[in-house]
Write a protein that binds this ligand. Structure first.
Ligand SMILES: C[S@@+](CC[C@H](N)C(=O)[O-])C[C@H]1O[C@@H](n2cnc3c(N)ncnc32)[C@H](O)[C@@H]1O
Length: 446
């Protein structure tokens, strides 16, 4: 009989550990007595006392509750709610800014090694420019590419805090608002969220109760609009930090602000309903569009697909350069309506309201096509969609990915179909959290 070596440790027990490398999920890995521990609130190389928070077959989760030998990269968390048992929204408040970039580089590299067999792929995570007050229609996509590549990173406090333009506060059964504990439905009351955009921190939504609300959603757009929506209680759990989930759209009640906020990116103004998808970091839409254009090098006359297209950010940038047929596929009716309205001046773009996998399977979009952009939710595209893309024989594919594990699985599928990952850019679109955004270029192998 195989005995479970973790049976003798239970939740609440404490154990001394030397902490190893960061792993996907916002924690570091530690090993002791043939056990594997995923330790939050720790840094590589630290000696800590860890308290067991969850026991699983084959591994334990733990929080570093006492730091016996600190890493030189450890800092005092700027947020008072970022500690074991506190708010679970941030994973890296205790990590210095540069070390957060290195942490994410390690995670992306490890996912590519473990899931795609790429043993020596070099990865650099680039900081985004600090959020500044918006100027309407500021510069072109190509100009932004130069800007983001060479921008000197602002001092840590400026870059790491005050960036989150969409915040979902949880509300408990008694109507009290706050943020969720890590891997829990427990609501932690907070006075404000330090990573939230300044305009969201100024709202008074956390000073009173919200009977009958399940969540409060605040948006501060790059065009200067602020909107507050509530999600009525009893609509089921929504992942607190996954705005890419199409199922999370709809069902909200507007409390304040316009029905449509204005975003400014890639040389255009965009009308987006606050409950619709838009990139969360104020500099992300500009940076990602510039990177997609830089990697794909769209040429006049080339046809394109923008899969998981949202309001049409990438479709517009590509179609403006090709002047040719561009098909955007998006499953959310809200996203499609926004795309149709925002892209009305670009007649070569067709918006198809469908799930990407269904659209490819039922041949609502058919190849051949020259260029593909895809920007799936956290689960990634999956083998069926990757096969559909490869079958259309594009010249190049730009894959925008918010989960490096899902990306790495899709890298393996592309490779099995004869495609090569030729360039990878990575951006710190979510400072203080474990999340990282990658843009990968795939081209047919020689
Ligand atoms: C990460 S967002 C990208 C949106 C857009 N590319 C942008 O940057 O603004 C993913 C989008 O995919 C949509 N989506 C999710 N699952 C989908 C599916 N199976 N098929 C098509 N669209 C989907 C979501 O509604 C969301 O708009």
């Amino acid at each position: 009989m195989i005995s479970d070596p973790s049976l003798d440790l239970v939740e609440g027990d404490r154990v001394e550990l030397t902490v190893g490398a960061p792993a996907h999920g916002g924690h570091c890995v530690a090993r002791r007595d043939n056990r594997v521990f995923f330790v939050r609130h720790a840094l590589p190389g630290e000696r800590v006392t860890a308290e067991i928070t969850e026991r699983h077959k084959g591994y334990l989760r733990a929080d570093a509750v006492e730091i016996l030998q600190p890493s030189p990269d450890r800092v005092k968390p700027p947020c008072p709610y970022a500690h074991p048992g506190g708010c679970g929204g941030c994973d890296l408040q205790h990590v210095a800014g540069d070390a957060q970039l290195r942490w994410k580089e390690d995670v992306v590299r490890e996912q590519l090694r473990r899931l795609a067999g790429l043993t020596d792929f070099s990865v650099r995570v680039e900081p985004l420019p600090t959020a500044t007050s918006p100027s309407r229609i500021s510069g072109s996509v190509d100009g932004a590419a130069e800007g983001t590549g060479s921008a000197a990173p602002a001092p840590d406090g400026g870059r790491l805090l005050g960036w989150r333009s969409r915040v979902r506060y949880a509300v408990d059964a008694a109507g009290r608002p706050g943020l969720l504990q890590h891997r829990s439905h427990q609501v932690v009351p907070v006075d404000r969220c330090r990573i939230a955009h300044a305009a969201i921190q100024e709202l008074d939504v956390l000073t009173h109760d919200w009977p009958d609300a399940g969540a409060i959603e605040a948006t501060a757009s790059t065009g200067g609009d602020v909107a507050v929506l509530i999600r009525p209680a009893g609509q089921g759990a929504v992942p607190a930090d996954d705005p890419t989930d199409a199922a999370a759209h709809g069902g909200r009640v507007r409390v304040s602000g316009p029905a449509e906020v204005t975003e400014v990116a890639a040389g255009r103004e965009w009308g987006v309903p606050p409950e619709g998808f838009w990139q969360v970091h104020p500099a992300a839409a500009e940076t990602l569009t510039a990177t997609v254009v830089e990697l794909l090098r769209p040429a006049e006359g080339e046809s394109a697909w923008d899969l998981y297209g949202g309001a049409g950010l990438f479709a517009a940038a590509v179609a403006e350069r090709t002047g040719a047929r561009t098909t955007l596929v998006e499953s959310s009716p809200l996203g499609c309506a926004a795309a149709r309205a925002n892209l009305a001046d670009l007649p070569t773009i067709e918006v198809v309201e469908a799930r990407v996998e269904t659209a490819l399977q039922r041949r609502r979009v058919t190849g051949p096509v020259d260029l593909v952009v895809l920007d799936p939710p956290r689960a990634g595209a999956g083998a069926r969609v990757v096969r559909g893309i490869a079958d259309a024989r594009p010249r190049a594919v730009a894959y925008v990915a918010c989960d490096p594990a899902a990306l790495a699985r899709d890298v393996a599928t592309f490779r099995d179909l004869g495609w090569q990952l030729t360039t990878l850019r990575a951006f710190d679109c979510f400072p203080m959290t474990q999340h990282v955004e990658c843009v990968a270029l795939f081209e047919p192998a020689e």
